[in-house]
Design a protein around this ligand. Structure first.
Ligand SMILES: *[C@@H]1O[C@H](CO)[C@@H](O)[C@H](O)[C@H]1NC(C)=O
Ligand SMILES: *[C@@H]1O[C@H](CO)[C@@H](O)[C@H](O)[C@H]1NC(C)=O
Ligand SMILES: *[C@@H]1O[C@H](CO)[C@@H](O)[C@H](O)[C@H]1NC(C)=O
Ligand SMILES: *[C@@H]1O[C@H](CO)[C@@H](O)[C@H](O)[C@H]1NC(C)=O
Ligand SMILES: *[C@@H]1O[C@H](CO)[C@@H](O)[C@H](O)[C@H]1NC(C)=O
Ligand SMILES: *[C@@H]1O[C@H](CO)[C@@H](O)[C@H](O)[C@H]1NC(C)=O
Ligand SMILES: *[C@@H]1O[C@H](CO)[C@@H](O)[C@H](O)[C@H]1NC(C)=O
Ligand SMILES: *[C@@H]1O[C@H](CO)[C@@H](O)[C@H](O)[C@H]1NC(C)=O
Ligand SMILES: *[C@@H]1O[C@H](CO)[C@@H](O)[C@H](O)[C@H]1NC(C)=O
Length: 665
């Protein structure tokens, strides 16, 4: 009963079953709508005379916009995206309306949407969607090319003199076109937070990250128009790659494949919906667009097709491993292997012979300043590329290549530490001519295992906290900015360093701010924000001082979803499909946590709690798998009721199936 058979379309892709997560109290925090046709849940604002506006909530009747300029702003309750339809009950031949859309309530305006086509300081580049006279009585449907991929608020304005009576205002959700029940996750997570003002913060945040990614999984032909649409318009009907559905960076924009963003989004996607076909389509899109001469991969997918980023090139390669780890899809890895190895060689070709580190010359990146030359973040990514390339090479039966990649990884790690470690700061510096210690490279170094001791991890964790203010971690390499993308790696770094309370503190500050601020959508996660909490990410770094251009549903900010599962719950896969796995709970000041994810091998579930006399854990994994449990406390251990002496590092080996473990102090 935990299994449902899949839609025919997914059978075509070779996955035969999906495990559906069990029902439980966590379902109350799932933000995904229970229907693909959604109606407003509230009236946010009315201007002029609007009769019976409340009738538009949940489609309970009709409302009348009396006279030119009267308008109603509808609230869908959460971030949504798709095509609007409206029933016109009473209209004249001269009647017309306009629609404007926004994610943030800051930009609810009768005259303009928030921006997605292009960032402009006037904040009104996109303008409104005009529905011109004559309006016809009956059901009107928004033209597909004018799709709005992400919004929470819709403003309907009467732009003619006569009154208009309308009803049945709804949005047909366009994201996740291949899934009929958006709430049917393969994973779940539940933990109460004894510290935060909302005790369900952690569970809500896990689901907010998951829902954010769902809004980023879109039909193939719904990319933003490039070259950008002229002022006063927007179009989302460009083709996004080689196959759909496909994972993009954001619901509203850019609506293009960005492999760096996937470095955070895909692990969170795995633990929640396990909807990895769109991920494979995105990676295939990148490999198909390799430069046949140089081996360079694009920075982003079409129609944007940005070029010239060594770091995002690396992320496509790292993402290839992540996809393989979760799915075990070796057939696909073999299909891209020739281009994959060529792309690894492209980065290896940039390694300076004397210094033994990559000279980063493709400078585009996640928006940070600097980043070129012999740069630590770029080299940390190259290290991860080589480690994972070695792993992949062994799976495609090329042990000599696996050894060669591993050897280069080892050399790179040594050089990295020699060149970048700044002992006076107890952190890694950005490059050889600076003392700036960036958030990205230091977080990557811990997460990707470039450090050589736990003392180094602890020092970096401590150093990173010096960048904090009350609402997050300010990136030294992008001043006045809080980047929840890089923050997602910092979060992992604190857990890996064993500073669980520091990790939880960052979670509560940064994601607590994002999830509850009334400046955003309170359901999906912001692309980034100014360090004073204002909306205006990258105002002076590409976004032309346009706060309306910021995305409020960006998968790269969903780091806590995977971190809560992988670290707090402590459940991870350690080989493809979870043939081997680990459970290493980080108690983090909580009393209990539970959760689940699935792979093609089956369901992985863990539940732990701190008990009056110790700790207890129930773990259930597919038969035929095996894993290692790291106990978070020391004491007398019972496994399935029998006394067991754990290994010296307080670990136990378990086979698949259900097990109960308890520790009495
Ligand atoms: C609100 O409606 C009044 C007319 O009823 C109009 O004068 C005013 O400009 C409108 N305000 C906005 C913000 O649309
Ligand atoms: C906003 O600025 C853009 C230029 O960035 C311009 O094309 C557009 O017409 C302006 N919009 C309005 C409503 O003035
Ligand atoms: C209301 O809108 C839905 C589309 O969301 C449509 O299927 C239905 O036919 C409409 N009902 C009426 C009475 O127009
Ligand atoms: C997108 O839609 C616009 C407006 O309907 C149309 O002119 C354009 O050709 C479409 N582009 C594509 C790629 O279909
Ligand atoms: C590999 O790259 C070539 C260009 O060199 C391209 O034509 C081909 O489609 C790519 N293969 C895959 C599977 O993406
Ligand atoms: C890195 O490459 C750039 C551009 O080719 C070059 O100017 C610079 O000297 C190189 N740096 C090193 C350390 O090799
Ligand atoms: C070295 O790092 C500093 C600080 O991030 C940066 O300002 C500078 O541009 C970097 N150098 C290069 C060659 O990128
Ligand atoms: C390992 O590094 C050397 C020196 O930079 C390089 O020539 C070689 O191609 C690399 N090997 C692989 C498999 O990338
Ligand atoms: C980290 O790297 C070292 C070699 O530098 C290796 O011995 C260790 O197993 C690695 N740790 C993990 C967790 O991969």
């Amino acid at each position: 009963m935990r299994y449902i058979s899949l839609l025919a379309i997914l059978l075509l892709f070779g996955l035969s079953t999906y495990a559906v997560a069990p029902a439980g109290p966590w379902d109350a925090f799932n933000f995904a709508p229970n229907s693909k046709a959604v109606y407003p849940t509230a009236i946010r604002q009315v201007n002029g005379t609007v009769q019976s506006s409340q009738a538009l909530v949940a489609n309970s009747g009709s409302a009348t916009l009396v006279g030119r300029g009267s308008w109603v702003a509808l609230d869908f309750g959460v971030e949504v995206g798709g095509l609007i339809s409206i029933s016109f009950n009473t209209v004249k031949s001269t009647s017309s309306i306009s629609l404007s859309f926004t994610e943030s309530p800051l930009f609810i305006r009768p005259t303009a949407s928030d921006d997605s086509s292009f960032p402009s300081a006037n904040t009104t580049f996109d303008g409104v969607l005009h529905v011109a006279a004559p309006l016809k009585q009956g059901l009107w449907q928004q033209p597909a090319a004018t799709l709005r991929g992400g919004f929470r608020f819709l403003t309907i304005v009467n732009t003619a003199d006569a009154s208009i009576t309308l009803s049945n205002v709804s949005c047909a959700i366009s994201f996740m076109p291949h899934v009929s029940n958006l709430r049917e996750y393969t994973g779940y997570f539940f933990a109460e937070d004894p510290v935060f003002s909302d005790k369900n913060f952690l569970t809500k945040l896990w689901y907010a990250g998951a829902y954010t990614i769902q809004t980023n999984i879109v039909p193939l032909n719904t990319g933003r128009k490039v070259p950008f649409a002229p002022a006063g318009t927007w179009f989302n009907n460009a083709s996004l790659g080689v196959a759909g559905p496909i994972i993009v960076d954001g619901a509203k924009r850019d609506r293009a494949v960005w492999p760096g963003d996937m470095g955070i989004a895909v692990p969170s996607q795995f633990v929640s919906t396990n909807d990895l076909i769109p991920t494979r389509n995105a990676l295939s899109t990148m490999f198909a667009a390799i430069n046949p001469t140089t081996g360079a991969l694009p920075e982003s997918g079409p129609p944007l097709s940005q070029q010239g980023s060594d770091t995002y090139h690396a992320w496509t390669l790292i993402g290839t491993y992540n996809y393989f780890l979760y799915t075990g899809d070796l057939v696909w890895v073999q299909s891209i292997w020739a281009n994959y190895t060529k792309a690894v060689a492209f980065l290896e070709g940039k390694v300076d012979k004397k210094i033994g580190l990559m000279n980063v010359t493709g400078l585009r990146d996640w928006a940070r300043l600097g980043g070129g030359g012999i740069n630590s973040a770029g080299n940390a990514l190259l290290y991860r590329v080589l480690v994972t390339a070695s792993e992949l090479a062994s799976h495609v039966n090329n042990p000599s290549l696996a050894t060669a990649y591993a050897k280069n990884a080892t050399t790179l790690k040594t050089n990295f530490n020699d060149v970048f470690w700044l002992s006076s700061a107890g952190m890694y510096r950005d490059n050889q001519t600076t003392t700036l210690c960036p958030q990205d490279a230091n977080s990557f170094a811990v997460v990707f295992n470039l450090t050589t001791s736990s003392a180094q991890d602890a020092s970096i964790s401590r150093g990173l906290t010096k960048n904090w203010n009350s609402i997050g971690s300010i990136a030294p390499e992008l001043p006045n900015t809080i980047s929840p993308f890089i923050g997602g790696f910092e979060l992992q770094a604190h857990f890996i360093a064993g500073n669980d309370n520091v990790a939880m503190d960052l979670l509560r500050r940064e994601w607590g701010f994002m999830l509850y601020t009334p400046l955003s959508v309170e359901s999906t996660l912001l692309e980034g924000f100014n360090s004073d909490g204002s909306i205006g990410y990258r105002g002076d770094r590409g976004y032309n001082q346009d706060p309306a251009y910021v995305s409020h549903a960006h998968g790269w900010s969903s780091g806590p979803t995977s971190a809560l599962t992988f670290f707090v719950l402590g459940l991870t896969v350690t080989s493809p499909q979870g043939k081997t796995w680990a459970v290493a709970p980080h108690l983090s000041g909580l009393n209990a946590a539970e959760g689940e994810f699935a792979t093609p091998l089956g369901v992985f579930n863990a539940r732990w709690s701190v008990t009056t006399n110790g700790f207890s854990l129930a773990v259930s994994t597919p038969q035929g798998t095996g894993g290692i449990v790291t106990l978070p406390v020391k004491g007398g251990v019972l496994v399935d009721g029998k006394t067991v002496i754990p290994d010296a590092d307080n670990t136990l080996k378990l086979g698949g199936g259900p097990h109960s473990v308890s520790v009495s102090l």
